[in-house]
Ligand binder design. Structure first.
Ligand SMILES: [Zn+2]
Length: 356
């Protein structure tokens, strides 16, 4: 039998040890199962989350999972809760092309278009089969109407599977909107610090400090709020407006997402944080009391003084039926910029800038 030198013996031992360690590390990284799909470490797969039919109406939610080869956190990115909001939807297709599963630490869940019916029919706010706003029916109900069932599937398959979540929005098809985001403050110090970091890493300058959301999970209404109430840190972002697909809004999202991924060490690089955020400590969504036509008198981003006239609603004969005045001095975060006005629907949102 050939004799081995001590050097050769040691080298062999180190090699075997290395293989065992590498193999164990890889085995520890589990496949990610979602819907009907299993995604192995280092793989990217797409499919649909099924929203079962009831009363002849079901839906499906297109998604992609990128399961990184390396250990790490799970981040969910949700677009198309409001399906006439295009920049969030388009930015996720860019992210899908940019991320290499072999280089990724952790898992990305991309929900491409949460409200597919509304996307196909080009409808703002609502799902055309129950005329409910998906972002007002969380946490959802498996026995409820179609929007409630979509919300339930997103809660079970996305929120509850994720460590962090970003709900991506913009001005809907009728809304002129400046980029801003909601930092939902819960009172849970640790969670709030995490979401604050996410908000600053996303890179949008105007940040609403939102303490207005309910703490009652059964009434959580919003995807972002449901997520934080289930202890999954989340932010809700707004970038883009009026049904446009402008690249500036798309790239703002892409940059923000990549930076949040750096924050959670899912990709390499140091995260950048917004250096001079504009904090908004109070906001109000102002609604029309009438059906008719809305006429804005200001623009998105305009700084209105308290009592300043913001716009008015007329009836279908052109007679003024309601006038709107700023309830406090603040910035117009969004303002409806197409004529239809509906009783109970927003006409603008104003935010008060926090004093330093
Ligand atoms: Zn929205």
């Amino acid at each position: 039998m050939k004799k081995y030198s001590l050097f050769q013996f040691c080298l062999g031992f180190i090699l075997i040890l290395g293989c065992v360690t590498w193999g164990t590390a890889f085995q520890n990284r589990e496949a990610f199962r979602i819907g009907e799909i299993t995604v192995s470490p280092g793989e990217m797969k797409s499919g649909y989350l099924d929203v079962p039919e009831k009363g002849g109406i079901g839906s499906r939610i297109p998604f992609t999972v990128i399961n990184g080869a390396k250990q790490g956190k799970t981040l969910a990115l949700v677009a198309g809760i409001h399906a006439f909001e295009y920049p969030p939807i388009l930015s996720l297709y860019k992210i899908k092309k940019m991320i290499d599963p072999a280089e990724l630490s952790g898992t990305l869940i991309l929900v491409h278009i949460a409200n597919l019916h509304a996307f196909q029919k080009r409808i703002i706010y609502y799902n055309p089969y129950d005329w409910k706003n998906l972002n007002r029916v969380f946490p959802g109900d498996p026995e409820g109407s179609i929007s409630e069932r979509i919300a339930h599937v997103l809660k079970k398959e996305v929120i509850e599977r994720s460590d962090y979540l970003i709900d991506l929005h913009c001005g809907d098809g009728n809304e002129a909107l400046i980029p801003y985001l909601y930092w939902m403050v819960t009172g849970n110090e640790k969670l709030d610090q995490t979401t604050k970091k996410m908000a600053l890493a996303f890179g949008i300058k105007h940040i609403i400090i939102d303490k207005s959301r309910t703490k009652d999970l059964s009434q959580s209404k919003y995807l972002g709020n449901t997520s934080v109430l289930l202890s999954t840190p989340a932010i809700t972002t707004e970038s883009g407006y009026l049904g446009r697909t402008d690249q500036k809004a798309v790239l703002r999202n892409v940059k923000g997402i990549m930076n949040v991924m750096k924050l959670f060490q899912m990709i390499e690089g140091n995260p950048q944080f917004t250096e001079e955020p504009v904090w908004i400590d109070h906001y109000e969504v102002v609604r029309s009391d009438h059906d008719g036509l809305f006429f804005p008198l200001t623009e998105m981003g305009y700084y209105a003084a308290k009592g300043e006239k913001i716009g008015y609603v007329t009836d279908y004969f052109g007679e003024v039926v309601q006038e709107f005045y700023a309830p406090f001095s603040g910035m117009i975060l969004y303002i409806v910029n197409t004529p239809p006005a509906n009783k109970g629907e927003p006409v603008y949102e104003i935010g008060r800038v926090k004093e330093k």
